[in-house]
Ligand binder design. Structure first.
Ligand code: 4NP
Length: 160
């Protein structure tokens, strides 16, 4: 493929998927692939449409050099399924919710983020919303691990 479009998906689009989006964007820019890999994020739910990421997610990310302040929550839209090549979800509930609104021909675009992790063998990125600050650090640790692996996988899909 000449270019690849990836959408990270969680429930609210204010904690996990914006964090993954920012981590992936930094890796893609560092790899000078920003013109080949399109990155976005969205939520399966509609509670936080138009809102900036959770303060705790922003603070944890800022400490590691990621700026989430310009991101705004949005809900997955019907035309996303044709537009994106991959939907990278955080947990099994995200996968099920997305599959339930995704046309059958596009369902194989849905993958769990942690499939791409090399160091952390957990299956999912746990929702940090109702927990403490350590949950947000863990989300970033998992995103950094898995997004490295995701970038490696995408490189193999891009033609030189
Ligand atoms: P996220 O976290 O899915 O990682 O953005 C959540 C944000 C908000 C809610 C749940 C999870 N909520 O219930 O409002």
């Amino acid at each position: 493929m000449n270019s690849i479009a990836v959408c990270f998906v969680c429930l609210g689009n204010i904690c996990r998927s914006p964090s993954a989006e920012a981590v992936m964007r930094a890796l893609v820019e560092e790899a000078k692939l920003a013109d080949r890999i399109v990155i976005d994020s969205a939520g399966t739910g509609d509670w936080h449409i138009g809102q900036p990421p959770d303060e705790r997610a922003q603070r944890a990310a800022r400490k590691r050099g990621y700026d989430l302040s310009n991101l705004r929550g949005r809900q997955v839209a019907a035309d996303d399924f044709a537009r994106f090549d991959l939907f990278i979800v955080m947990d099994d509930a995200n996968a099920a919710a997305l599959a339930s609104v995704c046309p059958a021909q596009y369902r194989d675009k849905i993958r769990l983020l942690m499939e791409f992790a090399a160091r952390d063998d957990s299956r999912v990125v746990v929702d940090p919303y109702f927990g403490g600050d350590d949950g947000f650090e863990r989300v970033l640790d998992q995103c950094e691990d898995a997004c490295e692996g995701l970038l490696k996988a995408l490189r193999t899909q891009l033609v030189a």
